[in-house]
Design a protein around this ligand. Structure first.
Ligand code: ZN
Length: 500
């Protein structure tokens, strides 16, 4: 091949790798800001991050990319080339459809929105947040119009976090999920409550940190390719192909939150660290969707990490770390305590049974807001009514209700459903794993999760963005996403714990 078009694919790949590097540099700045930056660096760090974001946006909308994409089509030789071009084109088209002025206005409004939300939550005054929330909804509608939609403007917003998913599909799935969860929550509420007093006491932070590290490493996290630090909110961030870091937070009186959030974040990190070598350092080197990402964190945290076999191995080790606090506590008491179910007001503190109902509530409300069927001033009442319908409790204040989450204040609409999709994917995937590996439970009981990790690497991690979420779940389980498997998992587990 010759002429001006030749080598377009290679040029595109080189530009793509630079875009990847730029994004990782921004990630390092953000990680530093969350973990160890001195307070007085805040202003200049904001300037540094904003400059980096500007550069990244400029690069990602460079018209050269459009030309190279055209020219490279005829050069694609392998499936890998074609997957790369598909994903690159998808990103480029999205980025160029949004006018720069709108992107900038959304970023600025989100920054103001975040501050207004912090103030409103502190004062328990939704009225302080309402005007800017209205503006963020309006800007998101404009984003949806630019990105294009046919059925609902919520579709392109959802697609930003869960590529190729549609609102109609998710709604249908969530309706089945909700109809299965509500009676289960009611049955548990009517049963004898589990005693979780064993989870409160004095658990020195240094020992919690050592134990967290021991568990992470045992699950397959490589400390040569990452690290564990502390931050106000736990997160995982990818700073490079061999640098995926985790943070957590500790509470001396309660070891469970740090322990389970560390396992959760380890699940995210194992996914990122398992990306195939052939796609590292470019646009395909990411989890395929937030829902699939969340399926990995939740599988390790809940299906594995809150199971009896897992603690058959780990509880004696935990007890050895905290001999006084866990004196006289047995495995069964501990297992029940970490699986206590109770309808509560705050999503991030919710157990695995009630959690998805918190998400479905937000999914329904944000759709109504974006579609203009719900006015901002009616939002708090709508929130409280739905909490009562789904969970049987009514928030006594907006701080404990509609003002609890950060997402809307940052202009993120369409993000919430990915959390519950993660639960559903995790159960469907794990069911296949157990069928294919009859030794699964015995291995976990023996503290050996390496076979599970190897299986996830092969079926999910190495593919990165080469497969969509729906292709992935079809390839693994032979059918589309089906909420019945998650419901089945919950019913079986909690029937035993609560003698239902
Ligand atoms: Zn997560």
């Amino acid at each position: 091949m010759s002429g001006p078009a030749s080598g377009a694919l290679e040029k595109l790949q080189a530009l793509d790798h630079e875009a990847y590097l730029l994004e990782r540099v921004s990630a390092i700045l953000s990680w530093d800001q969350e973990t160890g930056m001195p307070d007085r660096a805040v202003g200049e760090r904001a300037e540094q991050l904003s400059l980096m974001q500007g550069l990244t946006h400029e690069r990602s909308t460079d018209p050269r990319i459009g030309e190279l994409l055209e020219a490279a089509e005829t050069e694609a030789r392998t499936d890998l080339d074609r997957d790369f071009l598909r994903e690159k084109r998808r990103r480029y088209e999205k980025a160029t459809r949004l006018p720069t002025a709108l992107v900038r206005e959304l970023a600025e409004t989100a920054s103001l929105g975040h501050n207004a939300w912090v103030e409103a939550r502190k004062a328990d005054d939704f009225g302080r947040f309402a005007p800017i929330l209205g503006k963020l909804i309006d800007l998101n509608r404009q984003v949806a119009d630019h990105l294009g939609w046919e059925v609902t403007p919520y579709d392109p917003l959802l697609d930003q976090y869960e590529p190729y998913a549609t609102t109609a599909e998710v709604r249908e799935t969530f309706t089945k999920l909700r109809d299965g969860l509500v009676p289960l929550v009611q049955a548990i509420a009517a049963a004898q409550q589990v005693d979780d007093s064993a989870l409160v006491g004095v658990f020195p932070v240094a020992a919690q940190e050592e134990f967290s590290r021991e568990v992470m490493v045992a699950l397959g996290y490589d400390l040569d390719r990452g690290r564990l630090d502390r931050s106000a909110h736990p997160f995982t961030t990818t700073l490079g192909s061999h640098d995926v870091r985790i943070t957590t937070r500790y509470d001396e009186a309660r070891p469970a939150p740090a322990l389970f959030s560390t396992i959760h974040e380890t699940g995210h990190a194992l996914y990122e660290l398992g990306i195939g070598e052939e796609i590292r350092g470019g646009v395909l080197a990411e989890g395929t969707s937030l829902g699939i990402h969340e399926s990995q964190s939740r599988m390790w945290e809940n299906i594995v990490g809150r199971s009896r076999p897992f603690w058959a191995h780990w509880f004696p080790r935990l007890q050895a770390r905290f001999p006084e606090a866990l004196d006289g506590v047995n495995l069964d008491t501990f297992y029940r305590a970490i699986n206590r179910v109770e309808p509560s007001l705050i999503r991030v503190d919710a157990d695995e049974v009630t959690y998805s109902l918190h998400v479905i509530l937000r999914f329904e409300l944000e759709q109504e807001l974006i579609e203009g069927r719900l006015a901002v001033e009616d939002l708090p009442a709508a929130w409280n009514d739905r909490m009562e319908r789904f969970l049987g409790i009514r928030p006594p204040s907006d701080a404990l209700g509609v003002l609890q989450d950060v997402h809307w204040s940052m202009g993120a609409f369409g993000y919430f459903p990915t959390y519950a999709l993660g639960n559903l994917y995790s159960a469907q995937i794990y069911r296949v794993y157990k069928r294919e590996n009859p030794q699964a439970t015995a291995q976990i009981e023996a503290g050996d999760t390496a076979p599970l990790l190897a299986w996830l690497r092969d079926r999910i991690h190495r593919w990165g963005r080469r497969k969509s979420a729906s292709e992935l779940i079809e390839d693994i389980s032979g059918e589309p996403l089906n909420p019945e498997y998650f419901l089945e998992y919950l019913r079986e587990k909690y029937r035993e714990i609560y003698t239902l």
